[in-house]
Ligand binder design. Structure first.
Ligand SMILES: *[C@@H]1O[C@H](CO)[C@@H](O)[C@H](O)[C@H]1NC(C)=O
Ligand SMILES: *[C@@H]1O[C@H](CO)[C@@H](O)[C@H](O)[C@H]1NC(C)=O
Ligand SMILES: *[C@@H]1O[C@H](CO)[C@@H](O)[C@H](O)[C@H]1NC(C)=O
Length: 763
């Protein structure tokens, strides 16, 4: 029946109606598998709006009769996300467009590389009733069904036959949301969203990295199991005992939407009291689609801004009187709940803009909250008095907290088994960041300001309180600290294996060469006759390990051989110069070094491994290749710009440098004009050591310089010497060019310009 109608309209058998409307809605969700996603798209009123009864849950916009020329557009997409167990993320977005969108494969907005299928229908042929409107809209038809319009889900170009697709569903590694929280203090309520500068409010700056390591860090980007990201915003103001407003705070939290979260839509807020503060406040909880990369997740999270024109209420239609009359429906604010899959699950970030020009998207705040009084004190450095009034919390020190949360950090420790003294640390005051996730109780490794330099294994006890002067907590146990020691050693050795393409030697076959026991570490033992790896003693920085392995061919064509080189260094880095990651191995062309650091919080001797693998596998063997450079020099006093070294012919080949210690190719150029004659000097060569570019004065002249440039890729020092705009050389001995006395003049007087050039090149 419906299909008949659709065909009839498409064929133009029904007169175009005056009444014009497009349904606009958007919807994203996650299904267990592809077939469940298709079923959901077919059942979703936004995916396949075939019956007015299913309109509950749809947002729509009303368009006037002047909009006859506009188009109703729908985009469908579907992809598998590996990090949520290959579940299928799917969605549909319907909007009104000024121009037609032909049935085509498109990039889905808000994702990176996710393809969808788009199509449109002119409004003037949409129909007069809800029934008419919906059946002619582009809607989702599974190709496996015997449908009429084959939209598909973005995995392939549109096709119009009913063949079952042989193309696999699109697959992406992840489905992510940015994770962050912030609170910012103002003297008065900020009026414009962009007045709020905390990074989480507008994450577009450099604070949130999107590199691979960050993208996998669940404290930076979460994996959204239900396909939605969540943004919570709230504000509050504080007043002092004289009822004078003392501060105004705006707070935000971003992350993945938990299944049980309720969302706010439109202007209503939810009474979700931020429970880490002595505060009763409302929050806005907004949802938008999680996306497939960290950088897109960061991009999608913009300024919460309630005045943006696209920020219309995402409610549902309540069918009140005439189910067949679109204008007769009322928009009702709805909430997202896990149990109703067709409730509001918008794709587009809600109430957000990239310029923040509107007013902040925050629930209103009316009354001010009293500042919270907290105990305030800290123990002196090296306190050993257990009766210290900060340790006992009996101090009379008080502070008024605008963050509305009190905090206490306490720790008791002895420095070593045999120590007689016990140290007592206590710090009480306002919780600077009540949302930082610190939980009450023992923290395995104390914060750095608690732990004396060079020690580890100290616990701290945390307490947060929203009660007046409630930060009285005290650590119950005494930690026995141990010296923070690092393995400190270096081992560098080689082994040569004959034959073509030999397998990497395993560690056991080379371990007798690891004489400093550095690849495989051995804990220091009381019995000094057993051998152990060297250690640094108390380390006041971080422990590090840097290592690489590479192989080079060392044999001949007849007797092929491969030399395997192993290098490792462990130690204490007091300058904090070593960072986790890969760096170029010093003085070895094309070889990279793996660096790992750990600190007191990882415990003593934490640099005993590079990674948690078997020694043989910890570092993979890199193949080496010698750098190739052009190597030549112009003859002394060369005046030929076509000289084969000055202008290298395309047929000339670069040559291999002698060994891997040559890490750059150098070009030293000296060109000038003297007495109307151009001189072209160049030297090209392999170079080892520092490779900063340099300029040197050429002696005998006041204004001639030789410039040395370096480059680090194969055959890179080929650029032709310059032949135009040569400097007109002024000899140091020339008369009448300078008034300054010139010490070198006396020597230079004996050389002609040509001879000077010769000397420079030989140098
Ligand atoms: C797809 O998931 C649904 C549950 O959502 C399940 O009932 C069905 O068996 C699954 N189909 C396949 C092919 O795994
Ligand atoms: C649809 O409803 C609106 C508002 O209730 C009414 O003004 C209009 O006349 C109705 N249109 C039709 C075709 O019934
Ligand atoms: C040190 O601790 C940090 C934080 O707990 C952890 O991420 C890191 O992997 C640890 N490093 C080592 C070498 O154990």
């Amino acid at each position: 029946m419906k299909l008949f109608k659709s065909l009839a309209v498409l064929a133009g058998c029904v007169t175009a109606a005056e009444f014009t409307n497009c349904i606009t809605c958007e919807f994203t969700s996650v299904a267990d598998n592809e077939s469940a996603a298709k079923t959901a798209l077919k059942a979703s009123p936004c995916g396949t709006p075939v019956s007015p009864d299913t309109f509950n849950g749809l947002k729509f916009t009303e368009s006037g009769s002047d909009d006859d020329e506009k188009y109703c557009v729908a985009v469908f997409y579907m992809f598998e996300a590996k990090d949520i167990g290959n579940k299928v993320v799917y969605g549909v977005k319907r909007y009104v467009s000024d121009s037609a969108v032909s049935l085509s494969r498109v990039d889905v907005e808000g994702y990176e590389g996710v393809k969808g299928i788009a199509s449109s229908q002119k409004q003037s042929v949409v129909g007069t009733t809800v029934d008419d409107a919906v059946v002619t809209l582009p809607y989702f038809v599974d190709r496996e069904d015997n449908g009429v319009l084959y939209m598909g889900d973005g995995r392939e170009d549109p096709i119009t036959t009913g063949d079952v697709s042989t193309v696999n569903i699109q697959t992406f590694d992840s489905i992510r949301c940015l994770v962050c929280h912030d609170a910012q203090e103002f003297s008065t309520a900020p009026l414009q969203s962009s007045d709020i500068t905390m990074p989480c409010w507008n994450p577009s700056g450099n604070v949130f990295a999107t590199d691979d390591e960050s993208a996998r860090d669940p404290t930076k980007y979460c994996s959204s199991t239900n396909g939605l990201c969540m943004t919570k915003t709230w504000q509050y103001k504080t007043e002092n005992t004289a009822d004078v407003v003392t501060s105004h705070w705006v707070a935000i939290e971003r992350g993945c939407a938990p299944d049980s979260e309720t969302a706010t839509l439109g202007t209503s807020a939810i009474a979700l009291t931020p429970n880490r503060r002595a505060l009763t406040a409302n929050m806005f909880v907004r949802m938008h689609a999680a996306t497939n990369t960290a950088s897109k997740a960061k991009d999608n999270a913009k300024y919460p801004d309630s005045d943006v024109s696209t920020n219309t209420d995402h409610g549902f239609i309540d069918i009140t009187t005439d189910v067949n009359n679109i204008t007769d429906q009322t928009l009702v604010v709805s909430s997202y709940t896990a149990t109703n899959p067709f409730d509001v699950r918008p794709i587009t970030p809600q109430f957000m803009s990239s310029d923040g020009a509107g007013k902040p998207d925050l629930p209103p705040v009316t009354s001010a909250t009293d500042e919270l009084e907290c105990i305030s004190c800290s123990t002196p450095i090296g306190n050993t008095d257990s009766a210290n009034d900060c340790v006992t919390a009996k101090t009379t020190g008080r502070v008024k907290c605008k963050t509305l949360a009190c905090a206490a950090i306490t720790s008791s420790y002895k420095l070593g088994e045999d120590a007689t003294e016990t140290y007592y640390f206590a710090k009480r005051g306002c919780a600077a960041d009540p949302d930082d996730g610190v939980v009450d109780g023992e923290q395995e490794s104390a914060d750095d300001y608690v732990v004396p330099n060079g020690w580890t294994n100290i616990k701290q006890y945390n307490q947060r309180s929203t009660t007046t002067n409630g930060n009285t907590g005290r650590s119950s146990s005494i930690s026995t600290a141990v010296v923070f020691d690092c393995y400190s050693c270096e081992s560098s050795f080689s082994t040569t294996v004959s034959g073509a393409n030999p397998a990497d030697p395993i560690f056991d076959s080379v371990k007798e060469k690891d004489t400093s026991l550095c690849w495989q570490t051995f804990k220091p033992v009381a019995d000094s006759s057993s051998s152990a790896t060297g250690t640094s003693g108390s380390c006041t920085g971080k422990c590090f390990v840097s290592a690489y392995k590479y192989k080079e061919s060392t044999g001949t064509t007849k007797l092929p051989a491969t030399t395997f080189n192993w290098f490792i260094q462990r130690g204490c880095d007091t300058d904090m110069a070593v960072l986790n990651g890969e760096t170029a191995a010093p003085a070895l062309y094309g070889i990279s070094q793996t660096n790992r650091v750990c600190d007191y919080s990882n415990g003593t001797l934490c640099n005993g491994l590079v990674e948690g693998y078997d020694t043989t596998l910890e570092i993979s063997t890199q193949s080496s290749r010698l750098l190739q450079c052009y190597s030549c020099e112009t003859a002394a006093g060369n005046t030929d710009p076509e000289d084969a070294c000055y202008t290298v012919p395309s047929t000339t080949k670069a040559v291999e440098c002698p060994d891997l210690s040559y890490t750059s190719c150098a070009t030293t150029e000296t060109a000038y004009t003297l007495n109307g004659q151009n001189y072209y000097g160049v030297k090209r060569a392999c170079h080892k050591g520092d490779h900063d570019d340099s300029t040197e004065a050429v002696s005998g002249f006041k204004n001639v310089f030789s410039t040395t440039t370096h480059c680090t890729s194969g055959s890179c020092n080929k650029a032709n010497g310059k032949t135009t705009d040569l400097v007109v050389a002024v000899e140091s001995t020339s008369t009448g060019t300078t008034d300054e006395p010139d010490d070198s003049g006396a020597a230079a007087v004996f050389f002609s310009g040509l001879m000077t050039l010769t000397l420079v090149l030989l140098h």
